[in-house]
Design a protein around this ligand. Structure first.
Ligand code: GLN
Length: 488
């Protein structure tokens, strides 16, 4: 058997099934890799005893027979999912030391599927960011070049999987936070249709956009995890769709003959770096060889997605984050004069700059006199963006393009300029606003040898189709199998 960190989730499941390795051995192996590469900053919390207890339970379940395929395979969760066995911070000082009394639905489902949790992964504070530099507990390094960012907000998840510290991880995507870090770190990641995965126990950023999804090396692994994560949760998330859990591995091998891939001309216009463009073009040529047809389409409001998202997401965040008031959860400022002063001091000390900026923007766009001018306008354009996609899907089956305009940038490169981060979200925001499934698939390498991701966007509930296209591409290419030097 190869070293466990060289294997995919599917391969590890098979090794466990064949009794060539135990869940406890796998847990030990990955925990020691996490220690060895602590410099990456990918993990915010581990708990050896808790992990080994889960691993022993998985081994017992396997020994009893009939255990699901994922039983004993390790994973780790973005620190925005609440977990009983590990602390949860959402990357924020305001939740330092917080311990949830329950598991998020996604965490529970994956545990019921037999997966063993290695710990919690760094992320931008409350998932606000595109580089993981907004985490209160320090930045995360990209294993492909440790002077660069891993992307965000699920940067810890991406760095950990890319470095082989864990075979797969959960992430959340509000405006690109699964797709963009997957692209920056050479991984496969999928954000399902809004409502596919329960948001219960996923600390809310922008509730009408937030979705959970898996990040792994291969489309097959994503299919395995996504199948375990999804499904209705009517008692706990009123927006969860009434769609039965699907086995997304079933259609992985379907043929691509005659598949119409739409290329939005706005995704290939100015602002897209030449190295990214070249990798995307090469991946599209591969898909043509597999039988797909390329058709030009238009998503005319692509540029508007940025201002629309950066009105709606902060508006929802300003409301969601009001619960962190020093009374109910986490931090309370040690000294204060009265109740109002306690709120002010707690929130000023507990929230980082970007979170405070968004709360202020959100409160402003929702306030009397500005609500109509900003929030309501943004909602109207959001609806039109969703309509543009429906128009596009009359001409194509799947949409493809870049995930981000460039490869991962250097740590600190965007400095104190939040707009630079916002603008880099241009290709991921439209699908988020429309609630459509989207994924990132390794498509090659660009400047500095950094990975480039191809984005695939499907119509509602077409996750199986996206994973199928990605899987076929991965059978014809080996980008997803390459590893960053120093982490073999
Ligand atoms: N970069 C976007 C933001 O900062 C998206 C983040 C996300 O998807 N959680 O809001």
């Amino acid at each position: 058997m190869s070293a466990p960190h060289e294997l995919t989730v599917a391969q590890l499941g098979a090794e466990l099934q064949a009794k060539r390795v135990s869940a406890v051995e796998l847990a030990e192996h990955f925990l020691s890799r996490i220690d060895q590469h602590a410099d990456l900053g990918a993990f915010l919390a581990t708990d050896r005893a808790a992990t080994l207890a889960q691993a022993r339970a998985a081994d017992a379940r396997r020994a009893a027979g009939g255990a699901p395929l994922l039983t004993g395979v390790p994973l780790a969760h973005k620190d925005i999912f609440v977990t009983r066995d590990f602390p949860t911070t959402a990357g924020s000082r305001i939740l330092a030391g917080y311990r949830s009394p329950f598991d998020a639905t996604v965490v529970r489902r994956l545990a019921e599927g037999g997966m063993v949790c290695l710990g919690k992964l760094s992320c931008d504070e409350f998932a606000m960011g595109s580089a993981n530099e907004n985490c209160a507990f320090g930045p995360v390094k990209n294993p492909w070049d440790v002077s660069r960012v891993p992307g965000g907000s699920s940067g810890g998840s991406a760095a950990a999987v890319a470095a082989g510290l864990v075979p797969a991880a959960t992430g959340t995507d509000t405006g690109g936070s699964i797709r963009q870090p997957a692209s920056f770190c050479g991984l496969t990641g999928i954000k399902p249709t809004y409502g596919r995965a329960s948001r219960y126990g996923m600390i809310a950023f922008a509730s009408s956009l937030d979705q959970a999804g898996p990040m792994a090396r291969t489309a097959e692994d994503c299919a395995l995890l996504l199948s375990a994560m999804c499904g209705p949760d009517p008692d706990r998330d009123a927006t969860s769709l009434d769609e039965p859990a699907e086995d997304f591995t079933r259609t992985l091998n379907d043929g691509l003959d005659g598949l119409r891939i739409g290329l939005p001309k706005e995704f290939f216009a100015g602002g897209l770096a030449a190295d990214v463009r070249a990798a995307i073009d090469a991946a599209l040529a591969e898909l043509q060889k597999l039988g797909a047809q390329l058709v030009e389409i238009s998503l005319p409001r692509t540029e508007l997605a940025i201002p629309v998202y950066y009105v709606i997401a902060p508006a929802e965040a300003s409301s969601n984050l009001s619960r962190f008031d020093g009374v109910k959860f986490g931090l309370r400022a040690p000294q204060y004069a009265d109740l109002e002063d306690m709120y002010k001091k707690t929130r000023s000390q507990g929230f980082g700059d970007e979170v405070q900026r968004r709360i202020m923007t959100g409160t402003y766009v929702l306030s009397h006199g500005y609500y109509d001018a900003y929030y309501l306008q943004a909602q109207k354009i959001r609806r039109m963006i969703a309509g543009d996609f429906q128009q596009a899907f009359t001409q194509c089956d799947v949409i493809a393009g870049p995930v981000a305009p460039s490869v991962a940038w250097h740590l600190g490169a965007h400095g104190a300029d939040p707009l630079a981060d916002y603008l880099a979200d241009i290709y991921t925001l439209p699908a988020s606003l429309a609630g459509l499934p989207g994924m990132s698939v390794p498509a090659g390498f660009g400047e500095g040898g950094m990975p480039v991701g191809l984005q695939l966007i499907g119509n509602y509930l077409q996750e199986g189709r996206l994973l199928n296209v990605a899987h076929r591409l991965q059978q014809a290419t080996d980008f997803h199998l390459r590893r960053p030097e120093g982490f073999l």
